[in-house]
Design a protein around this ligand. Structure first.
Ligand code: PEQ
Ligand code: MG
Length: 302
């Protein structure tokens, strides 16, 4: 059973216990461009207490650099080397784990942030934000020229997803021998400031269905994301806590990495999913309504 945090003493004890804090972003720190109440103060408090702060997001629409800009615009202190996004982890996976040969490239379904991370890792790509693919014209297989150097299809959240992109991806995956199918993450939904929208998993779902094949998924809960963090940051799992709003990504990710987990209820997961009669089998160590609740920890030091 999860421990429900409520008193200022509960929050103080958690702060004392954990040295490394991994924060999910959408649904924990913000919803779209709207900050969660108290997030700035709580992050400030953790930094004051010399905690290590990391941001671990499945949202692949932004690169680490563009996340830094978002943090700056929202007035939240963050440094590029603290930010781990699934776009970055995907680019690192392709360049350093898959070792994509220099003469090969990937076909991208995704946005500018994913392209930026691929460029930074020296991965050549086609598709993505190319205006030629951003069309509502019917796709013509007759006039399509298959690029034999495409060795992987990478799919992330793409708010301009269309039939042309899906068809091209399908052609590469079925006609280029050995072409790999990689997704940045599989979140079924995305918590915008105004409510839920289809997530990256929903964007790649038509391809999975058409191919009858599961992709390699890089983001939480996959170990690939954790390996990417471990390659750069040293942390002791027993004094690390993962704070997230989704059970099957954030909380599973934390559990797989052997770190403690805290669920907040400002994003995807509702209270009934953790406490109701049909509660999920994924049980976080701690639950609180919002990250802002940690502000009350300051009260116990007054
Ligand atoms: C919602 C998720 O981002 P995260 O919650 O991991 O920051 C995503 O954009 O798929
Ligand atoms: Mg989230």
């Amino acid at each position: 059973m999860s421990v429900r945090l409520s008193t200022s003493n509960d929050f103080s004890q958690i702060i004392d216990k954990y040295e490394t804090w991994m924060f999910d972003c959408d649904g924990v720190l913000w919803q779209g461009d709207k900050l969660i109440d108290g997030a700035i103060q709580v992050l400030h408090l953790l930094r004051e207490r010399k905690k290590k702060v990391l941001f671990v997001t499945n949202n692949a629409t932004k690169s680490r650099r563009s996340y830094k800009t978002k943090f700056d615009q929202l007035g939240v202190e963050a440094h590029v080397d603290e930010i781990y996004g699934s776009a970055y982890a995907t680019a690192v996976y392709i360049s350093s784990v898959m070792n994509l040969p220099q003469d090969k490239k990937v076909y991208v379904i995704g946005m500018a942030g994913l392209e930026e991370e691929l460029r930074d890792e020296g991965v050549a790509y086609v598709g993505g934000t190319d205006p030629a693919d951003k069309t509502l014209e019917p796709f013509s297989l007759e006039t399509f020229t298959l690029d034999p150097s495409v060795a992987a299809v990478v799919c992330g959240l793409d708010t301009s997803i269309n039939y042309t992109k899906l068809s091209k991806a399908f052609q590469y995956l079925t006609r280029n021998p050995g072409c790999r199918f990689i997704v940045t993450n599989e979140d079924s939904t995305y918590p915008s400031a105004h409510g839920l929208l289809p997530g990256a998993g929903a964007v790649s779902a038509p391809l999975r269905y058409a191919l009858g094949k599961d992709p390699i998924s890089i983001g939480k809960p996959a170990k690939t994301m954790l390996d990417c963090i471990k390659a750069k940051v040293h942390f002791n799992p027993s004094s690390t806590i993962m704070v997230g709003d989704r059970l099957n990504t954030d909380i599973l990710f934390g559990q797989a990495g052997g770190v403690s987990t805290l669920l907040v209820l400002t994003g995807i997961t509702s209270e009934s999913e953790v406490t109701g009669p049909n509660a999920s089998k994924i049980v976080p160590d701690f639950i609180t309504a919002s990250i802002g609740d940690f502000r009350s920890a300051t009260e116990s030091f007054l």
